[in-house]
Structures are given as C-alpha cells and as structure tokens.
Design a protein around this ligand. Structure first.
Ligand SMILES: Nc1ncnc2c1ncn2[C@@H]1O[C@H](COP(=O)(O)OP(=O)(O)OP(=O)(O)O)[C@@H](O)[C@H]1O
Ligand SMILES: [Mg+2]
Length: 412
C-alpha cells in the first residue's frame, strides 16, 4: 500500500513519494513543489481554500478568516477549542485535518495512487516544555487520522534532510544538517556509512523565521501602532505604557486571528481614547477593525527577505495608511536577529555535544530550510563550525525529499 511522505511545515508544506529510490515530489499547486501552509475560510462562497489561493483571497480583501502557522499551535489547549466557521463547529485539529485532506486528495489525483498511510515529518521539539511537545504529536497524529489516513508514522525533519543529502558526504564524513524553518530550528549530526547514514544525534529548538518576523515587526512596525506609547489614566495626570500583549499577538503569525474579537477591539479603542499619541493608536483600531494583521505580517516578511537579498528592504504599510512604510537596513535586521541566531548556533553545538563529538570534527555543514537563507543565521552557524565545508541543500524541499525516500519502508 502506498505511503505518502508529508512535510507539514509552519510556513510551507510539501508531499512526496519515492520512484526507483529517488524522491519524487508531488506538484500540489500547478508546477509548484511546495505550498504555503495556510487556509482561508471564505465566508461568501462558503468554502475553505488552502495554499496560494488562501493568501490571494486574503490580499484581495475577501470576507473570511485567514490562518497561517497553525503548526505552532499544535500541543496548545486551544487546538481543541471549537469555533464556528462556515456554519460548522470546528476545532483547530479539524482545520489542520482539512488542510491535510486536500494534500492527500491532491497527491492521489496527481499519482493515481491511494494513500492510506502517511510518513510525516516533525520537528525534534515542537515545544521546549515536554508535556506540550508530546501533546503536539498527539494533535498532529489526530489531524492525519481525521484527514482520512489510516496510519501515520513520524520522522524527525532534519533526519529526513540527512537522508536526502547523503551524497554530499564521502564515506566516513560527519555532516550536520542545519534546518532553520519557519517555526523551528532542527539539527542532525550524521555519518555517511557503507550501508546508509548513521544518525549520531538530533536536537532542536522552537525558533525560526516566523520569530524573526515577530521581532522585526515588534521593533520596527508596532511602534507606529502605539507599542511603547503612553496612555493617560482616565482621571489625573498619570500615564502608563500601552499593554504589550496586543502588539505581541499582532506581530505573531499564529496569534493574529485571535485578535479579531470584540474584547481586543474594545481594548484598542479604549487605548486610543486616552492615548498621548492618538494617531498611532488609531492605526491599531483600524488594523483590528479592517483585519489587516496578516497583511502587516506579509509586509514584514517581504521586507526581511528584501533586506537580506539586497541589503535594504522596505516594509510597505500602504494597506494601513497611505504612504506609510518602514525601511529595513540589513545591518538593523542583523542586529535585531543576532541573539536568536546565536541561540540557534548554541543548539547546533549542543547537538554535537550530545554525540560526544568535538565541533572541529564536523566536516560538512548542510543548510536547509527557508531561514537558512538569512545571512544572520549562516554567519552565526558558520562561526561555530569554521572548518566545516558549507553546503546549501534545496532550502524548501530537502525534508520532503527525505520523507519521500523513507516513506516506502516506513511501515515495514
Ligand atoms: N529568500 C529568503 N530569505 C530569507 N528567509 C526566507 C527566504 N525565503 C523564505 N524565507 C523564510 O523561511 C521561512 C520558511 O522556511 P521553511 O519553508 O523551510 O519553513 P517550514 O518548513 O514551513 O517551517 P518548520 O520547518 O519550522 O515547520 C519563513 O520564515 C520565510 O520568511
Ligand atoms: Mg521545515
């Protein structure tokens, strides 16, 4: 029976199988090998869109509810809270299940095969907290079962990437996969042996590109909406700083949707009413009223990538206010993100230490994951393994390549 390899990523997902031992990725969207892990509940047409279509509906301003980075919610109690969507009561496991069901249907339509089993990637650690970490896999397994798979097995994402990148190493070489994704950073130390790869250690932390976006948004965009601004007390002359939570949530991909509720909107209006800088808080009010949180997140992400590529990026905030933008210099981006990149480098060192291997003995560093394209992560990781030969695997498909290869034998 056919097994589908699925990389359910925080930002992007993909599916693949093996053909004659080589990975064969399934084009789930036209000719694309990956699709954004996003859904859009279209209130007018009463349907759920996924992937690029979901993002288009959001940016076109269709009436509905957009959700991205759902993987980051796995393991949290709210995964099982039900809400009304398109006339049904759904929890977030149902929503992930519907996304996976569309991936399953797409893969079946493309290949003409039926997939009753899935080999799913998972980060080494969904969460630092062990209870949540274990619950996240329980939640994800349930989503696969609700999606119509009879069985699901899990494989650590960086171990899948190691399988896919074996050919980069000569026999006996010691490689370290550095997978910096949207929500997590994962590491696998492996040796290329005679009969295949030998895994020496795997480790990971909950930090990735969406956390980069949050930091950049909090530091550069949210101040324009009143973060850190003073609010007068209703009586007297005293002031206090606007509460941080609402700005934190607005800057966090997976939390944005929860702000489109009466209590957050009321809080924003109250803040605007007593604000020392009412123009800024008025922007917050309109962003919540017009549901522009994801538009801002996309603008920050685009600015981050542009700054990384060309040295200078712009966060275009026209949707919030005509002419509003923030410039992002790569130096600023580097300075703001360096502490997180250093945590990633420390986690890479911890991986190697688990196998009792000295950092100097790592011969190859293999970068995969979209956020491995960030200069700040490459620099931080390169610094701790200065002698290793650096390779750049296929950033967005290395994991699903490995899952496709491993899928065939996953249930033997
Ligand atoms: N050219 C680029 N430069 C910098 N960052 C990029 C680039 N392209 C994509 N990214 C970032 O990479 C991240 C997505 O990477 P990827 O698709 O590997 O993550 P994922 O597999 O969905 O997440 P995870 O594995 O953590 O669950 C996003 O945060 C995105 O902004
Ligand atoms: Mg990934």
């Amino acid at each position: 029976m056919a097994v589908l390899g699925v990389d359910f990523g925080t930002s992007n997902s993909a599916a693949g199988v093996a053909r004659d031992g080589a990975p064969h990725l399934i084009a789930l969207e036209k000719d694309e090998k990956t699709l954004p892990t996003a859904v859009f509940f279209d209130f007018e047409k009463k349907r759920m869109l996924i992937g690029t279509a979901a993002g288009k509906a959001l940016l076109a301003g269709e009436e509905g509810r957009y959700m991205r980075a759902l993987k980051s919610l796995l393991g949290a109690p709210l995964m099982r809270e039900k809400r009304n969507l398109l006339g049904e009561k759904l929890d977030f496991i149902d929503i992930v299940a519907r996304f996976l069901a569309q991936v399953k249907r797409g893969a079946e339509a493309q290949t003409g095969e039926r997939f009753d089993r899935a080999l799913s990637g998972r980060p080494v650690r969904f969460h630092g907290d062990e209870t949540r970490n274990a619950q996240a896999e329980v939640d994800l397994r349930e989503a696969y079962l609700r999606a119509g798979f009879d069985e699901v097995a899990f494989m650590y994402e960086p171990e899948a990437a190691a399988l896919a990148n074996r050919a980069l190493l000569d026999e006996g070489d010691l490689g370290l996969i550095v997978d910096i994704g949207g929500g997590t950073s994962d590491f696998t130390l492996f040796r290329n042996g005679v009969d295949g790869i030998e895994i020496s250690a795997s480790h990971g932390i909950r930090s990735g590109g969406t956390d980069f976006d949050r930091t950049l948004s909090l530091e550069t965009v949210m101040p324009l909406l009143g973060r850190g601004s003073e609010i007068r007390h209703a009586f007297g002359n005293e002031t206090h700083t606007a509460p941080a939570t609402i700005f934190n949530d607005l800057a966090t991909w997976q939390k944005i949707q929860f702000l489109y509720a009466p209590d957050s909107r009321r809080l924003a209006s109250d803040l605007a009413q007593y604000a020392v800088e009412p123009d800024k808080l008025a922007r917050l009010v309109s962003v919540l009223a017009d549901e522009l949180g994801h538009d801002i997140a996309f603008a920050v992400e685009a600015g981050k990538i542009a700054a990384n590529i060309s040295g200078a990026g712009v966060v275009d905030l026209q949707v919030v206010e005509r002419g509003l933008s923030v410039s992002l210099e790569s130096d600023t981006v580097g300075a703001l993100l360096r502490p997180m990149a250093e945590d990633m480098a420390a986690a890479a060192l911890a991986t190697v230490a688990r196998a009792d291997v000295a950092p100097e003995d790592v011969t190859h560093l293999v970068f995969v994951g979209g956020s491995s394209l960030m200069r700040v992560t490459r620099d931080a990781l390169g610094q701790v393994f200065p002698q290793a030969a650096v390779h750049h695997g296929s950033a967005l498909t290395a994991i699903v390549d490995g899952l496709g290869i491993a899928a065939e034998g996953a249930f033997d």
